[in-house]
Design a protein around this ligand. Structure first.
Ligand SMILES: CC(C)(COP(=O)(O)OP(=O)(O)OC[C@H]1O[C@@H](n2cnc3c(N)ncnc32)[C@H](O)[C@@H]1OP(=O)(O)O)[C@@H](O)C(=O)NCCC(=O)NCCS
Length: 234
């Protein structure tokens, strides 16, 4: 559960491997149909496991059976609790490879994003598509061995902010400008007014992943909790 204090809790859970009957049984008809549309079994299992995990987590936070959690989705795709449920509870999810993270807060909207650290052979081209010229210049000045990680940290920070505002990739990531290489990320400008009201933090503590949380919470603090995806709300 989220404790008192100005903090977002980020729950991280491994979701690789086969989904169990216990996971499937939590999904509603729409989620079950979406699961059925995945081409590869591994993708389907990951989706079922991460959605079951989200339901268990929100069920625990709301004091409800995970099957009774209802969702709504904004036109831009952001998932939220259905009307009538805990209106003060904000959450956002990200999943990559075998890991999912869910950030929850009672201090306003938030966004979370993760990316596995990896070699990026096409880094310069990639940077040109999502970083401003100033950001690209700052990235190029970083030691070559450190550059992919610096890029992934900046990229997850931008995505976290785009997810916090709910815009997602409908907004050009270049509308956000960060000071590359700073921890916590330093926001120079962004696509929404009152940029100062948004806080950005790197998600440290996931050794193989870059990650970031953005929230409309000037006093943002993050507590990271690693859990078993099936251990909550049972
Ligand atoms: C939102 C977006 C940035 C997510 O990026 P991603 O790195 O591929 O995926 P992640 O695993 O980090 O996040 C996916 C989750 O983010 C959430 N999400 C989706 N759109 C979102 C938005 N606009 N704002 C905040 N969160 C969003 C959802 O919960 C989604 O999981 P779900 O579909 O299972 O519910 C990206 O998918 C996007 O903007 N796409 C373009 C917009 C679009 O296609 N919208 C669909 C309209 S229905």
């Amino acid at each position: 559960m989220i404790e008192d204090g100005p903090q977002a809790v980020v729950w991280a859970a491994a979701v690789a491997g086969a989904a169990a009957e216990d996971d499937w049984s939590l999904l509603d008809a729409e989620e079950t149909a979406r699961a059925g549309r995945f081409h590869f079994a591994a993708d389907r299992d990951r989706y079922v496991r991460r959605r079951a995990f989200l339901r268990r987590l929100l069920g625990t936070e709301c004091g409800l059976d995970p099957r009774h959690i209802g969702f709504m989705r904004s036109p831009q795709g952001k998932l939220a609790l259905a009307p009538g449920l805990d209106a003060a509870l904000h959450f956002n999810q990200s999943a990559r490879a075998g890991l999912t993270v869910v950030a929850v807060s009672r201090h306003g909207p938030l966004g979370v994003d993760i990316e596995p650290y990896r070699r990026l052979d096409d880094l310069e081209a990639l940077a040109a598509t999502v970083l401003t010229e100033r950001e690209q210049g700052e990235l190029a000045a970083i030691d070559a061995a450190e550059r992919p990680a610096a890029f992934l940290r900046a990229w997850t920070a931008k995505e976290a902010l785009l997810k916090a505002t709910g815009d997602g990739l409908m907004v050009d990531p270049k509308a956000i400008e960060l000071a590359i290489g700073r921890d916590p990320p330093h926001l120079r400008r962004c696509h929404v007014d009152a940029a100062a009201a948004w806080s950005l933090l790197n998600l440290d503590g996931l050794p193989d992943y870059a990650g970031a949380v953005a929230a409309q919470d000037p006093g943002l603090q993050i507590a990271l909790r690693r859990v078993d995806a099936r251990s909550l709300g049972s």
